[in-house]
Design a protein around this ligand. Structure first.
Ligand code: SF4
Length: 303
């Protein structure tokens, strides 16, 4: 389940009675992957539709959400409290969140904050509701809708959401050292495709860590999600695919040559990722490499 600013779903909940459906890319693929759950904090706290607009005013580090026309109308605490309600209601079911940009409630980055009653904003704030939600769930994958028009950012978001949902399931089942090792075993190549540096840091973490599984788990999850947060490129995917192919010792020269040529085709933009992944899965099955066959990287949903 992925939370979403409700105006992005087409619901007419904006202050002027409109929606913001065009703020999100064509979501047929995303809709097939996610169960969207829309929330409009301003409506939820009783501001109504239509309603007078609000804006962020005051200290950049702790602005208040007040009426544009009447700054004595202060909705800050109500919006922050509503985030706590959403977290309580959705709990571990929430696997990500897509916010509307520029909103004093939902904006994630670059929201205008007015130091005083003037019209000279600093565009470095975060909406009150978005900020409270991110503080309550610091590892939750979040994005602004407009950034999802970028294919690399969209792919990274989808990978993070699925990894987080998988992680939440693991937490529900109980975290042990064995479960943690198995979990990371499935993400090795996906992480490599996004960030070789984070792959190395995770390997170092696992080799040197002394302590209970939950402490290792917290640090691991942060590294994994930060690494997946780096957009993969064709070159970084090709690198991870070649590493995987290099593990398939049981294949003959002709089969490996075929795989290598498919990976080159992918690097050149001539072969789809799914095609190469399917060929690698066949190679893993043929060589009995169950560990590689189970890589999330080879079965991840396309975006
Ligand atoms: S940006 Fe947030 S508060 Fe504003 S209309 Fe959309 S969902 Fe509601």
């Amino acid at each position: 389940m992925v939370g979403i600013s409700e105006c992005l779903t087409g619901a007419q909940v904006r202050y002027d009675g409109n929606h913001k459906r065009d703020g999100l890319p064509d979501t047929r693929q995303l809709e097939a992957l996610f169960e969207w759950r829309g929330f409009c904090p301003e409506v939820a706290v009783g501001m109504g539709v239509p309603r007078p607009p609000i804006r962020l005013v005051g200290d950049l580090a702790a602005p208040r959400a007040v009426g544009v026309d009447d700054s004595t109308e202060d909705f800050t605490d109500a919006l922050a409290d509503y985030a706590a309600t959403v977290v309580r209601e959705t709990g571990l079911d929430l696997a990500g969140y897509v916010f509307t940009e520029d909103s004093p409630s939902c904006g994630l980055y670059s929201v205008n904050v007015f130091a005083d009653e003037s019209n000279n904003p600093v565009p470095n704030g975060r909406g009150i509701y978005a900020d409270a939600l991110c503080h309550a769930l610091p590892e939750l994958p979040v994005e602004e809708a407009g950034r999802l028009f970028d294919a690399g950012i969209r792919e990274s978001f989808v990978d993070r959401v699925f990894a987080y949902a998988h992680w939440s399931a693991l937490r529900r089942a109980g975290l042990s050292s064995t479960a943690l090792n198995e979990f990371h075993g499935c993400y090795e190549y996906l992480l490599m495709a996004h960030s070789v540096a984070h792959s190395r840091r995770v390997a170092d973490l696992f080799s040197g860590f002394q302590g209970p599984p939950h402490a290792l788990g917290d640090r691991y999850l942060r590294l994994l999600l930060t690494g997946l947060g780096q957009a993969a490129t064709r070159a970084s995917h090709a690198n991870a695919l070649l590493h995987l192919e290099g593990q398939l010792d049981g294949l003959d020269r002709a089969q490996r040559g075929e795989l290598k040529s498919q990976i080159s085709g992918f690097r050149a933009g001539e072969v789809a990722f799914q095609e190469v992944a399917a060929a690698l899965r066949e190679g893993c099955a043929a060589t009995g490499r169950v560990d590689l066959h189970n890589q999330v990287y080879l079965t991840r949903p396309g975006t």
